[in-house]
Design a protein around this ligand. Structure first.
Ligand code: SF4
Length: 297
């Protein structure tokens, strides 16, 4: 078990150019603390590649490869094959990609890698939009969020994104993947232990971690952890694990905080009316009721 006392001091992700308070950078740093020096890393076009690979400077202190947007899963498969062919031991083949590079553009390659059973660990840091290209909507952007491609206007349909988040956790479970989890950078011990479990999985593993983005979501950079916690406390994000064909909820709040407490702290939701907020709350309640029935809690 990992805890704050036995967490490795070693840093393998430093000197990067991420914005202050970047949840994605925190996620990458925590992942590498667990996977360690014997990690072969791949990441696609994303905030993480943009802030890590400034010419002549590399923020990752492990062998790393940056590649085209859709290719993370395929590249990880190639790396896993090379590790096998060379009979390397105690190596983690790791992918780190954003929500767009995972749930949209990279989904096909990820699905293929998982279906083949390749021994890889794939971490999707979810900042809920294409942030490095200027905040465009992805399939993991939440309902009502302002993005540059879901603007707010006079038309009553122009209130931000009109669709709810895609359920990536369930998509990955449908592959009967050996280990799959959701996490949040605001619950680091839970996240670290999930990384450790995923690393030791004999086959593909996947972690979907919520990574608040002060720049794209519009909140002060010292509020990242608070915002991530509010997402869980309001029931708009959940912490869960899937293994041995079963889902375990790591945290089921007795009561949810009102979603407004989360939404009103972020500029991307500031235009939402009471009606929109009621729609979000209703959707949350329905989702939790469905999960409760499905997973028995
Ligand atoms: S835009 Fe957001 S995700 Fe990208 S580096 Fe800045 S804070 Fe991190």
């Amino acid at each position: 078990m990992v805890n704050v006392r036995n967490l490795p001091d070693q840093e393998l992700f430093y000197g990067h150019k991420a914005c202050q308070g970047c949840g994605a950078a925190t996620a990458a740093r925590l992942v590498l603390k667990i996977t360690g020096e014997r990690t072969f890393l791949a990441y696609p076009a994303s905030c993480i590649s943009t802030v890590s690979t400034i010419y002549l400077q590399m923020a990752f202190a492990v062998p790393s490869l940056t590649m085209a947007f859709p290719a993370t899963g395929a590249v990880l498969s190639g790396m896993a094959a090379a590790v096998k062919a060379k009979k390397l031991e105690n190596v983690t083949v790791l992918g780190i990609a954003g929500d767009g590079g995972t749930a949209d553009i990279g989904l096909q390659a990820l699905s293929g890698a998982v279906e083949r059973g390749d021994k890889i660990l794939y971490v999707c840091y979810d900042n809920e939009a294409y942030m490095n290209t200027g905040v465009q909507r992805s399939s993991l952007t939440p309902y009502g969020a302002w993005t540059t491609t879901t603007p707010i206007g006079e038309n009553e349909d122009s209130f931000g994104k009109r669709k709810f988040k895609k359920n990536l956790f369930e998509i990955m479970m449908a592959h009967r993947i050996p280990y799959c989890a959701t996490a949040s950078v605001s619950y680091p011990v839970d996240f670290l232990n999930k990384i450790e479990k995923a690393k030791d999985t004999d086959g593909p593993s996947f972690i979907h971690v919520m990574a608040p983005c002060p720049t794209g979501w519009g909140f002060p950079s010292d509020r990242t952890i608070e915002i991530g916690r509010l997402a869980v406390e309001t029931g708009l994000w959940y912490l869960a694990e899937y293994e041995n064909n079963k889902v375990k909820m790591n945290l089921v709040p007795k009561t949810f905080k009102p979603v407004e407490e989360y939404l009103k702290k972020q500029k991307r939701f500031k235009h939402l009316t009471d009606e929109h907020i009621a729609i979000i709350e209703k959707h949350r309640d329905e989702e939790w009721a469905t999960m409760g029935q499905r997973y028995g809690f």
